[in-house]
Design a protein around this ligand. Sequence first.
Ligand code: BDR
Ligand code: CA
Length: 301
Amino acid sequence: MNIAIDTDPGHDDALAILFALAHDDITVEQITTVAGNATLENTTKNAGTILALAERSDIPLAAGCDRPLDRALETAQVHGDDGLDGLDREIDPVPAEKNGIEALASTAATGATIITLGPLTNIATAIDQYPAQMQQAQEIISMGGALTSPGNQNRVAEYNLYVDPDAAATVIESEIKTTLVPLDPCNDIMFRPADIEDLEDATIGRDLRSMLEAYHANINRFLDVDGALLYDAAAMFTLVGDDHIEKEPHDIVVETEGTYTRGMLVPEQRPYVDPEHNTDIVTRIDTKPCEQTLKQTLRRC
Ligand code: BDR
Ligand code: CA
């Protein structure tokens, strides 16, 4: 499967990228970065660092939007100020181009699948500027939203949709086939301390361990969960884990205003309304097979 990854690394983004690079059935054609977990400068540096760690300077990397469409950027807490808390050595990042939106559109035009791991600002911008090319994407698969589980940014919204709800609404309303991987099936998928130790077999095991230990500590502090949550890596697993996932068609809108509900997914549930299915939502990812596959593949990095 040929993919473009749009991302805001972020620890779980980093694992998702490394997993995709190491998996035999996935070919990464392009990586684009967006402001989200950290500033665009930092998410781009972090994506370049991941590529350097993986020794994959052959993968084109390009920076996209440095702020949400219509509001100020709110960075995340759990990844630390620079987005990759815990990485304790300087690594020369693979350099990035500045034409992220154009690069996304060109990759979409080849029929690639676009997987998004951050706010949807780049994708919405590309749909606006290059509608014909974006229309040729196989599918857009996005880690984002909370369907019935509580939010992780406010009571009801997941971080990526909260940060740029206008962009998320544009993508969901577009004609392009979209699939959301929300918090619901990802909430139990994590690496615990023993899993983090197991990753030390990897060539970059020491770096993985120092990053994941810092991330785990932050998750524990801010979300009261005892493990390194793998949201974006779990979303990447859905590309290859057909036997271990379940999807439902939905008629969904995103709340773009809302005093308490900005970024909320609002499904059509009225029994007397004919739903217009505009997105698939992943409702189940089998926890253990997902964690095992992620771990086994990442140990090859
Ligand atoms: C999402 O928010 C970010 O902090 C993570 O990288 C993930 O993409 C989870 O809500
Ligand atoms: Ca992310």
